[in-house]
Design a protein around this ligand. Structure first.
Ligand code: GRF
Length: 187
């Protein structure tokens, strides 16, 4: 069975959705939540769902390497690392140990709208379509080989909040299904 850790920094709707997905349970064990924000809502969710957590505050470390080395130790039994709203850039030092094994979800049709506020920027640009990308992580932000994308046509009678909810619904469908497909190939 494939062991995975999920990395998240905030709300954790994707985290909860992945943990609760019954089919995904046939392909992987979600062993750990790694969270860089001690105030994040996702921590409470992990506790409720009986998932171990490693929570740290980057401010308490002198360098990224220092806290990343601790994370590397915590995840050493993991086959894949799944980022779901993790708001930190992973250093090359970390990445070289998990090449092709770190997956991220981003709420845009990459390469469009890398970085933050992607849905809002696409919406304000009045793009015809808004979507979601799932990709392997490399040393650049929201870059790396795209595994899958999905999208919908935007109805501008809906406000940004409504469109944001649609994006999240799409994420909640796409992320477990994509992970299942990736892990299936490992079996
Ligand atoms: C998602 O939109 C994800 O694509 C992005 O961060 C957001 C996290 O949302 N990387 P949540 O914490 O899973 O609710």
């Amino acid at each position: 069975m494939i062991n995975i850790a999920i990395f998240a920094s905030g709300t954790g709707s994707n985290f909860v959705n992945l943990v609760q997905n019954e089919e995904l349970k046939n392909y992987c064990n979600i062993k750990l939540l790694v969270c860089d924000n001690p105030k994040a809502k996702v921590i409470e969710s992990a506790k409720n769902l009986n998932i171990d957590t490693f929570v740290f505050n980057p401010k308490n470390f002198n360098s990224k390497i220092e806290y990343e080395d601790i994370i590397l130790d915590k995840v050493k039994e993991m086959d894949y690392l799944v980022l779901a709203g993790y708001m930190r850039i992973i250093s090359p030092h970390f990445l070289e140990k998990y090449t092709g094994k770190i997956i991220n979800i981003h709420p845009s049709l990459l390469p469009l709208y890398k970085g933050i506020n992607s849905i809002e920027r696409a919406y304000n640009n009045r793009d015809d379509e808004i979507g979601v990308s799932i990709h392997y992580v490399n040393e650049k932000v929201d870059d790396g080989e795209i595994i899958v994308q999905d999208k919908f046509i935007v109805d501008y009678s809906e406000n940004l909040n409504e469109i944001t909810n649609r994006v999240h619904q799409l994420e909640h469908k796409l992320y477990p299904n994509t992970l299942i497909n990736v892990f299936k190939e490992q079996k």
